[in-house]
Design a protein around this ligand. Structure first.
Ligand SMILES: C[S@@+](CC[C@H](N)C(=O)[O-])C[C@H]1O[C@@H](n2cnc3c(N)ncnc32)[C@H](O)[C@@H]1O
Length: 265
């Protein structure tokens, strides 16, 4: 199955806005989950790598973070950027999460907004668990799309939530995955588990922008899956843009579940 949101350069630009909205919450969870100087980490489905770098900053020169993603173009851009950043404790590799070959190599594995896109999250979780050292930490964050809200009520926003959910489902994923994350990770054998929920929202700024930016980047999937017509898609984008630009409106990101635990010794 293909990935539902446009990748490459435009995808990386979108993920940069996502990082501005989300990274401080993600970093907080990583610290609570045990990320520390010297940690050797995996960022599975790293996208544009904003969290790969954030983790590397905490892991320090004695640690290392490997970002993997199946998007060839985004990894090419990440490697280009890495050349200019001179971050010696970061590396990027193109690859499928299902093809992870590492065995008991990482102190921490992280996957943000990856599992909800996968046709086989159980296999992906098993591969990530395999790559973790005994006692290593696994932390995942994922979306519960029906937990979105806006105020005042808006048809274009509700349509976006519906279309995104349908498009992800048509591509074999599950936009409601976040609420199931704890159960999946517990079933995979994690211990000492914890869960938190975050939900960025705003009257301005990156959290408010994310719905419009994401809608624009799922156009191909929405049309390819006959979810709506091009004309209707354009109309809804225009309405959501006007609603987003209105300083009186409040728009949230999805409800986001953060779950972590340890691989047994
Ligand atoms: C919503 S983005 C999140 C990116 C990044 N984790 C972040 O939060 O900024 C999901 C990423 O997972 C990648 N992805 C989707 N399916 C994948 C797979 N089967 N193996 C590896 N990466 C995958 C996509 O290319 C995309 O970059």
């Amino acid at each position: 199955m293909s990935y539902v949101i446009q990748g490459g350069e435009e995808g990386k630009a979108r993920l940069s806005i996502l990082g501005q909205a989300m990274n401080r919450y993600s970093i907080g969870a990583l610290e609570k989950a045990g990320l520390q100087p010297g940690s050797k980490c995996l960022d599975a489905g790293c996208g544009g790598g904003t969290m790969t770098y954030a983790m590397a900053e905490i892991a320090g020169s004695g640690g290392h973070v490997t970002g993997i993603d199946h998007d060839v173009e985004i990894i090419r851009l990440n490697l280009q950027e890495l050349d200019t950043k001179h971050a010696g404790n970061v590396s990027f590799r193109q690859g499928e999460v299902y093809d992870l070959h590492e065995v008991e190599e990482y102190d921490m594995a992280y996957a943000r907004f990856l599992l909800s896109h996968l046709t086989d999250p159980v296999l992906a979780i098993a591969k990530i668990m395999h790559a973790l050292k005994p006692g290593g930490y696994f932390i995942a964050e994922d979306v519960h799309f029906s937990g979105h809200f806006c105020y005042p009520a808006n048809e274009a926003f509700e349509t976006y939530v519906k279309w995104y959910t349908e498009a992800v489902g048509a591509n074999g994923g599950d936009a409601e995955f976040g609420v199931k994350l704890y159960t999946y990770l517990e079933t995979a054998g994690l211990t000492d588990m914890q869960m938190e929920i975050v939900q960025p929202a705003g009257i301005s700024g990156p959290a408010k922008q994310m719905s419009l930016v994401t809608l624009e980047k799922i156009k191909n999937s929405v049309l390819a899956n006959d979810i709506t017509s091009e004309e209707e898609f354009t109309r809804i984008v225009g309405e959501l843009r006007a609603y987003t630009e209105n300083r009186e409106s409040i728009i949230s990101m999805p409800r986001i579940f953060q779950v972590w635990g340890r691989k047994p010794f």
